[in-house]
Design a protein around this ligand. Structure first.
Ligand SMILES: NC(=O)CCC(=O)C(=O)O
Length: 307
């Protein structure tokens, strides 16, 4: 779990290059799904998309933010699931079943999670055995007010998470963020410093910030940290008042776009080759060039533990 990673890695020098996992090359599937008001149909649609991505060779499948639920604050509690009560959690159960059935790793986008009287925007990661490996609760809730454009206050209904999520999988060390989490470079730096190879951000940028910033921020997170970044959005036209930008994308460690799409429902299949991380870090050894004598990135876990 992330918190144990924090203490385990607290003493590492900043920006160590990651050790490569056994598997260097594999295919990722980014399922950009249409989302309707019918939760059962959303689950069936997601299952099919995952199965098709696996048939096309994807060993890792990423789903969008809020794939079981039209994206609006007033829907979250209606579509929420309690993951501790798996029998009453059809989205969770489907992901567990299909990851096992297909023998793949799934970053299960996000769905609203009910935990006691709290709602979270939560991403569950499943291993090839169908077991939950970890879950990430969105840390930075999307509260925005751009007059005449968009007004959204996720914090009216949801509670922010309180931990970082680094998951060791057969396909490398994966860091998880959800949508607005991508705006915060510190989170990506924290992950990179702890040897993450790939950061997955299920996300649903809107039309205004999407056009200007969706591509820019994910390329920046990848280039700054010399890691892979994968984003997965719902398709536009998905139900709800929130107009979605789409454009699910895989970015490489040079900030290069490896594969992307438009706003319609589709699955992007692309190859991740981790040896490129090593190559780029040799080409441009940012981790050695940082001026730790002038400035330092100090994370809260290190401060708290007094190191
Ligand atoms: N669902 C979200 O967190 C949206 C974030 C977003 O659009 C942004 O600009 O940030």
């Amino acid at each position: 779990m992330a918190q144990s990673h924090a203490s385990e890695y607290a003493s590492l020098p900043h920006s160590v290059p990651p050790a490569l996992p056994k598997i260097e090359k594999f295919k990722v599937g980014l399922c950009q799904l249409s989302v309707s008001y019918d939760k059962e149909k959303n689950i069936a649609r997601a299952r099919k998309a995952i199965q098709n991505a696996a048939k096309r060779g994807a060993q890792l499948v990423v789903l969008p933010e809020m794939w079981n639920c039209p994206l609006s604050d007033d829907n979250f509690s209606k579509y929420a699931e309690d993951f501790d009560n798996v029998d009453a959690s059809p989205s969770f159960s489907m992901l567990a079943e299909v990851s096992h059935e297909q023998g793949i790793t799934i970053v299960g986008g996000s769905v609203p999670e009910q935990c006691g009287d709290k709602l979270y925007n939560t991403s569950c990661v499943f291993g090839t055995d169908g077991k939950l490996k970890d879950k990430h609760r969105k840390l930075h809730l999307f509260d925005a007010n751009i007059p005449g454009d968009i007004s959204f206050k996720e914090s009216d209904t949801s509670t922010p998470g309180d931990k970082l999520t680094i998951v060791d999988t057969d396909l490398g060390r994966i860091g998880i963020g959800i949508c607005h989490d991508m705006r915060f470079p510190e989170l990506a730096m924290f992950y990179a410093q702890r040897g993450v190879h790939l950061i997955c951000y299920p996300g649903a940028f809107n039309m205004s910030t999407g056009e200007h910033l969706w591509e820019l921020v994910q390329r920046a997170r990848a280039a700054d940290n010399q890691v892979f970044v994968a984003t997965c959005s719902p398709a536009r036209g998905s139900s709800g008042c929130y107009m979605i930008w789409g454009h699910s994308t895989l970015v490489g460690p040079f900030g290069e776009i490896i594969a992307t799409t438009g706003h319609e429902e589709t699955t992007v299949i692309a190859e991740i080759d981790y040896s490129i991380i090593q190559l780029r870090r040799e080409n441009l050894p940012l981790y050695r060039q940082r001026r730790g004598d002038i400035y330092q990135f100090v994370d809260a876990h290190v401060l708290k533990s007094g190191q």
